[in-house]
Design a protein around this ligand. Structure first.
Ligand code: ADP
Ligand code: ADP
Length: 225
């Protein structure tokens, strides 16, 4: 586990300012949530931390390490998207094992880790299936499992529940909370959903037009006297 620190981070695309001089530090093990209107830069912040986009200026630290110039595959970060983005030709087990295989983990360790992750997400009966044989909720659990299987330092989630129906969203949200309290992995989570922000966040960052408007606990942010 490691902290994540953004220092005066900006990103421009042509003349458009997408993120505007943002600074914050997520202490290791905490769960922070980014909220704000569509287009305010939430996804761009996550993608920049993951190394999928580059900042125009400013610094990103993971733990003590400055990662600005470290390519995505060498950052110890896992990201989960709204669309599950599983590998369709691979079984659930192969999807879960993918990141570990890429890192040349020993096969016995891979098997153990896949089984542990599958049990913790309640997908252990599905290991031989292909993604298209799974429901949306099951697919998103596999995506979460694939992301955490290699025990990354940082976990980034971009509206991971928004394609699920209401009941599944409630269940998966509770599982996510459980997963976070057992792993204590530093997490940054983007959502539009106030209930998700309230139940999951240690701290909430409210963004508007690429800038931080407010940072606070769920009670501070959503308490309107
Ligand atoms: P959010 O996740 O809060 O909805 P995004 O980070 O996806 O916001 O996008 C922030 C803004 O930046 C949006 O207005 C989007 O259209 C714009 N944007 C994102 N990427 C680019 C790009 N490569 N070129 C121009 N504009 C972009
Ligand atoms: P590399 O740096 O290894 O060439 P890419 O640039 O293709 O990798 O992407 C970096 C990482 O982000 C990879 O692990 C890839 O799986 C993941 N990734 C990129 N875009 C998506 C997406 N739309 N959905 C799911 N994962 C993605």
């Amino acid at each position: 586990m490691a902290s994540v620190r953004l220092e005066n981070l900006s990103r421009k695309a042509g003349n458009t300012v997408i993120i505007d001089n943002i600074s914050f530090t997520v202490p290791k093990g905490e769960f922070w949530v980014l909220v704000g209107p569509s287009g305010c830069g939430k996804s761009t912040i996550l993608r920049t931390i993951a190394g999928l986009e580059t900042a125009t200026s400013g610094n990103i630290y993971i733990g003590e390490a400055l990662v600005n110039h470290i390519p995505a595959r060498n950052r110890d970060v896992a990201m989960v998207f709204q669309n599950y983005a599983l590998y369709p030709h691979m079984s659930v087990a192969e999807n879960l094992a993918f990141g570990l295989k890429m890192r040349q983990t020993n096969p016995i360790k891979i098997k153990e880790r896949v089984e542990t992750v599958a049990r913790s997400l309640n997908i252990d009966r599905l290991l031989d299936r292909k993604p298209k044989q799974l429901s949306g909720g099951q697919q998103q659990r596999v995506a979460l499992g694939r992301a955490i299987a290699r025990e990354p330092q940082v976990f980034l989630l971009d509206e991971p529940l928004s394609n699920l129906d209401a009941q599944l969203r409630d269940d998966t949200r509770a599982e996510l909370k459980q997963l976070h309290s057992s792993l204590n992995i530093t997490t940054i989570y983007v959502t539009h959903d106030q209930i998700e922000a309230m139940t999951l966040a240690d701290q909430i960052i409210v963004l508007n037009r690429g800038q931080i408007q407010q940072i606070g606990t769920p009670n501070t942010i959503y308490h309107h006297p």
